[in-house]
Design a protein around this ligand. Structure first.
Ligand SMILES: C[S@@+](CC[C@H](N)C(=O)[O-])C[C@H]1O[C@@H](n2cnc3c(N)ncnc32)[C@H](O)[C@@H]1O
Length: 280
């Protein structure tokens, strides 16, 4: 790693995303990848993830997914790029090249990679357009961009459900939006790719449910840890945190509880106009 990049405004701050600071967030990203990766990989392949060549994992963070991609696709060269040098430095992905860089100004040559994966990155960018133009620029003809995202309006299903938590979830989404992010990006991803000039745009979903995993494994998504920083910043009250913690405990300890989470995977290929954003 040779470059240092100053962080642009965006809704992701690893030290304040989860209770427990940076180490809490590293553990959350690891648990999140462990939970979804097997199902996700199947859909990433369907979306055009290549078996070999060069994959740019843009916004790779500490590499919880990079490591799994390396293990599953040993012939694929992975470049793990992130704006946050500290996160990259915590990376555990052996054999991946690491680069510090900003999605809006990628330190890579034109047409130099076969695929680009952005996993839970676009939702944090105040404006994804420059990043998508850069992705199109660095993709070889016939390459694929693959974005993995969520949508707060279609996050999944759970039973028992706790309607009293709806206002807390609305506050979480509002906090991300105030910080320049978008928790409802899932519904917009394919239109964003088309607007950025990508062709052959597809949307596929993957799901992870407690039929395959113990309910406790869903803590990174359903547990109260992600709410703690919002209490510190005054966006949630202690009473709301206590309510969310209580409902999570009830859910986790209910032998009949069931949950399914949904992930959105949009993909596309660079088209003739896909780098137009940066053109004069
Ligand atoms: C929620 S984390 C996801 C990390 C990883 N993709 C994963 O799924 O485990 C979002 C990542 O995007 C990175 N990021 C945010 N803005 C960026 C930018 N402008 N350029 C490059 N990376 C960025 C963050 O530093 C962070 O590592």
């Amino acid at each position: 790693m040779t470059t240092t990049v100053s962080s642009p405004a965006g809704s992701y701050d690893p030290a304040r995303t989860t209770g427990g600071g940076l180490s809490g967030e590293l553990a959350r990203l690891e648990a999140q990848a462990a939970l979804a990766f097997p199902e996700e990989l199947r859909v990433l392949r369907e979306a055009g993830l290549p078996e070999r060549g060069v994959l740019l994992e843009l916004g790779a963070g500490p590499g919880a997914v990079t490591r799994r991609l390396r293990a599953a696709l040993p012939e694929l060269s992975v470049v793990a790029l992130d704006i946050d040098e500290q996160l990259l430095a915590h990376g555990t992905a052996e054999g991946a090249a690491k680069m510090v860089g900003d999605a809006g100004r990628l330190p890579l040559r034109d047409a130099s990679v076969d695929a680009v994966l952005l996993r839970y990155v676009l939702q944090h960018l105040p404006d994804p357009k420059p990043a998508l133009a850069e992705v199109a620029r660095v993709l070889r003809p016939g390459g694929r961009v693959i974005t993995v995202e969520v949508d707060g309006g279609c996050w999944g299903l759970a039973e028992p459900a706790y309607p009293e938590l709806a206002r807390i979830h609305a506050k979480v989404a509002a906090a991300q939006s105030t910080a320049g992010g978008d928790r409802t990006i899932g519904r917009r991803m394919t239109r964003m790719l088309r607007a950025a000039g990508f062709d052959e745009v597809k949307l596929r979903l993957f799901s992870t449910s407690s039929d395959d995993r113990p309910v406790g494994d869903f803590a990174p998504h359903l547990g109260p840890q992600r709410l703690e920083p919002l209490v510190a910043s005054g966006q949630l009250s202690l009473a709301e945190l206590a309510l969310a913690a209580d409902r999570w405990r009830r859910f986790r300890d209910d032998p009949d509880a069931w949950v399914m989470l949904v992930g959105f995977v949009a993909s596309g290929a660079p088209g003739p106009s896909s780098t137009a954003y940066n053109s004069p």
